[in-house]
Ligand binder design. Sequence first.
Ligand code: ZN
Length: 201
Amino acid sequence: MATISIPICAYILTLYPEATAAAGAGSPAPAGGASLRPLALGLATPSFWTEEEINRAFTEANRIWLREADIQFSPVNISRRDEVVPADARAMWIRFVNRLSPRGQGIGVGFVYDLPAAEGGWGGGRIVVLSGEKVREGIAGFAGNLLAHELGHVLIDDPNHALAGDDHSNLMHHSRNPRVANAGLLNATQVERARATAATF
Ligand SMILES: [Zn+2]
């Protein structure tokens, strides 16, 4: 297989709350819905990701994707960026898709402090968003493994993890243990789909 390279626009992303005026300090976050509490309270959340951490995560993600499918994410262009976003998960995701999708080739990847979700990251369309708060609970290499998984959502387009067939060693298994080394394997169907998508990026 010939190596396919996909350019990455990576953003150290500070999030600002959309409706500061409506949410005075001390007002509670909306009950029940998955919303990011600091944003719901009207507070900005700085990213705290460093360029070194981002480069390490891509080194690990590339190790997995080169081994499994001869795909690499390169070059990785890192810059700082601010976005004003809604606090609730669904509206935030839509905002990210509209704002972070690259105009030209490649994939946009936002590195944020936290997300209003149990998952450590989101991936789909042409974007990925990764939560630093959640990956820091994991062992060394977990951030890169999770990044590889979310990039897999972009390349394989299997949001319900069906193709992983409940194989725990598969990169696209729905559940990832942050405290053990995840195998990160891909099967032939996943590789074929990922390479077909990657060739169009
Ligand atoms: Zn997933």
